[in-house]
Design a protein around this ligand. Structure first.
Ligand code: PMP
Length: 427
């Protein structure tokens, strides 16, 4: 039973290895945006930002199966798929971002991105933003500033990390139209760091603000911060681990939405549709500075199986029109959620675009008091009603909505109806 599995899990796992829900269902299989538990109950998976193609994708399983039967080995061998995947990634990025490192996760990608910046700039200071999550390895954890949604959380932040105010346009220090001030203020802080003798080697940020609830950065924010970082001799890292790969609908990459081109891009999650696969893409010039660190090697990063996964995901994204689906179904879902916001005062805001959405719950629309307990209870109730979704943000009062990009309009409507029902009849 689900309960006995939970007991066994608790015996062999540490308490810090959390699971979703107080009484989690025992999930056995998945199909597109649906999960099925051992009792045959079906759940709508509105949460899974990893399986971008959906669960149980037949083309992907077949490709993996065939590759496993033929060969799997480490990436120091010479084979077609690892080169093709690197070429395909580079082709999706602006000119100059043409050199690819393949790793196994988002944390590793961010770690490597920072090491590349350190090697290229010849120094260590890094500027990050508040309310951000970038991973659990040492360097990625050091720049993860989120206080709530941060599984790693170093006991103390190393002094090479400088944290800018969270550019949260909904409830940060500068709200609404005033949010335009975040960019110039951040640029001033970077100039000030340089004047004080600590010019940053890198600035790192998600180009679309995931951890704060899936909201856009203020217009011009990245342009202003990138200019100041480059003027100080630093590199600009775009963490596309969560937002990249078409989730925004309107753009394949988050940085495109801000009209900037980063120096280093990190990718993972969607890239492997749940298979451990990540990448760092940069210029040849920056990549070559890594020689000063020795050489780069990851046993399974870019293995034949991982590379075939990466290529099959890119093919399916294109052939199944998933970015376009994210734009259309995501737009429809956003409209439905805005309708709910008209009727339910608990909804303070609907953030995001495409299938990268957040519903922020507040107790009072004037004070924006976060409704964290209500959000947790709503998630539990939605799970009872067959919808899987989770709280996010530092205040844990935002429903994180990042379903597979194959989400249908019917499933989007079902989610909106179940949420409406829960907000109307209580949780
Ligand atoms: N960067 C961002 C923006 C992320 O959302 C995450 C994962 N939540 C990571 C990095 C770390 O990725 P992983 O869990 O694959 O190590």
């Amino acid at each position: 039973t689900a309960a006995s599995l939970l007991e066994r899990r608790e015996r062999s796992f540490a308490a810090v290895q959390e699971h979703y829900f107080d009484s989690p269902p025992r999930i056995e299989r998945g199909w597109r945006e649906h999960l099925v538990d051992t009792e045959g109950r079906c759940y709508l998976d509105m949460l899974n930002n990893v399986t971008i193609l959906g669960h149980g994708h037949p083309g992907l399983s077949e490709a993996v199966h065939q590759q496993w039967q033929r060969l799997n080995t480490n990436s120091r061998f010479h084979y077609e798929s690892v080169v093709s995947l690197s070429e395909r990634l580079a082709a999706l990025l602006p000119d100059g971002l043409d050199t690819v490192f393949l790793v196994n996760s988002g944390s590793e990608a961010v770690d490597l991105a920072l090491r590349l910046a350190w090697a290229a700039a010849g120094r260590q200071d890094v500027v990050a933003v508040g309310e951000a999550y970038h991973g659990w390895t040492y360097a990625s954890d050091a720049v993860s500033t989120s206080v709530a949604d941060n599984p790693g959380a170093l006991a103390s932040r190393p002094d090479w990390v400088h944290v800018l105010p969270a550019p949260n346009a909904y409830r940060g220090s500068h709200r609404g139209p005033d949010a335009e001030r975040y960019g110039p203020l951040a640029a001033d802080s970077i100039r000030e760091l340089a004047r004080s003798g600590r010019p940053p080697a890198a600035f790192i940020c998600e180009p679309y603000y995931g951890n704060a609830g899936g909201m856009a950065l203020p217009d011009g924010y990245l342009r202003q911060v990138y200019e100041a970082t480059r003027a100080a001799g630093g590199l600009c890292v775009a963490d596309e681990v969560q937002v990249g790969y078409g989730r925004l609908g309107s753009h394949f990459w988050g940085f495109e939405q801000q009209g900037v081109v980063p120096d280093i891009v990190t990718v993972a999650k969607a890239m492997g549709n749940g298979h451990p696969l990540g990448a760092v893409i940069t210029s040849k010039e920056i990549a070559d500075t890594y020689r000063s660190q020795g050489y780069f090697f990851s046993s399974a990063g870019g293995s034949p199986v991982s590379s075939v996964v990466g290529l099959t995901v890119l093919d399916a994204l294109r052939d199944e029109g998933l970015q376009e689906n994210a734009r259309i179904v995501g737009g429809h879902l956003r409209d439905r959620l805005l309708e709910l916001a008209d009727r339910h005062p608990l909804i303070g805001a609907v953030h995001g675009t495409g299938l990268y959405l957040g519903v922020e719950f507040v107790r009072d629309r004037a004070t924006l008091e976060p409704a964290a307990e209500e959000t947790a209870a709503i998630c539990e109730r939605l799970r009872e009603l067959g919808v899987v979704v989770q709280p996010t943000s530092d205040r844990l009062c935002v429903l994180k909505i990042k379903p597979p990009l194959c989400l249908t309009r019917e499933s989007a409507d079902r989610f909106a109806a179940v949420l409406d029902d829960t907000l109307t009849h209580g949780w």
